[in-house]
Design a binder for this molecule. Sequence first.
Ligand code: ACO
Length: 201
Amino acid sequence: MTQRERMLAGLLYNAADQELHKARIRAKHLTYLYNTCDPADMERRASIMKELIGEQAEHTWIEAPFYCDYGCNIVFGDNFYSNVHLTILDCAKVIFGHDVMIGPNVDIYTAGHPVHPETRCTEWEYAREVRIGDRVWIGGRSVINPGVTIGNDCVIASGSVVTKDVPDGVIVGGNPAKVIRKITEEDKKYYFKKLPYDRGV
Ligand SMILES: CC(=O)SCCNC(=O)CCNC(=O)[C@H](O)C(C)(C)COP(=O)(O)OP(=O)(O)OC[C@H]1O[C@@H](n2cnc3c(N)ncnc32)[C@H](O)[C@@H]1OP(=O)(O)O
């Protein structure tokens, strides 16, 4: 098995491997171009993102700056929006559902290191897939840890550190993130606190 195959299989792998190093440099180069591109130059912006993440770029709107390790390990659903400073350490797959919205300064990590110093202070590390369901809103400054699956229709409150799986249809918050409450039909009536959802049309 190559180190890349080991990485994607969730096994210990050597991050200093040349193939992986090259792939990271490619992603750093493209994100550098993206992050320094004139925001008004939409064509160039779109073409850089397409080179980084492929055809799926058409269905995304990612505010710069954006950072990732490889780019090719991220799967975006349709209608993906991220605010500024999204960091995705995509050593394993990061799979988003449709209609996902992400606030500023969100970090999604698949990467990890052993905790014992003797095994940690080597070039060997691991990665675990992260999955985020359909219609999820991740609030600003949240962190999603390796191996986490977030269900459909969830809200991750700002500043959450998500260390465990999140079931469908709930709001979670805090560090470590816990369920605050379920989202119910009653929530349809309001847009914020008890303010009525009235679009004035
Ligand atoms: C795509 C973009 O760019 S979005 C722009 C960035 N915006 C954001 O990140 C805003 C994210 N919004 C939040 O985090 C909001 O607090 C929401 C959506 C979670 C509020 O949900 P609501 O159910 O209306 O929460 P409400 O304000 O009634 O609070 C319910 C409880 O959760 C707690 N709570 C609310 N927000 C948080 C939070 N971020 N972290 C921890 N606890 C929280 C409240 O203190 C309250 O606790 P209590 O019952 O003990 O008093």
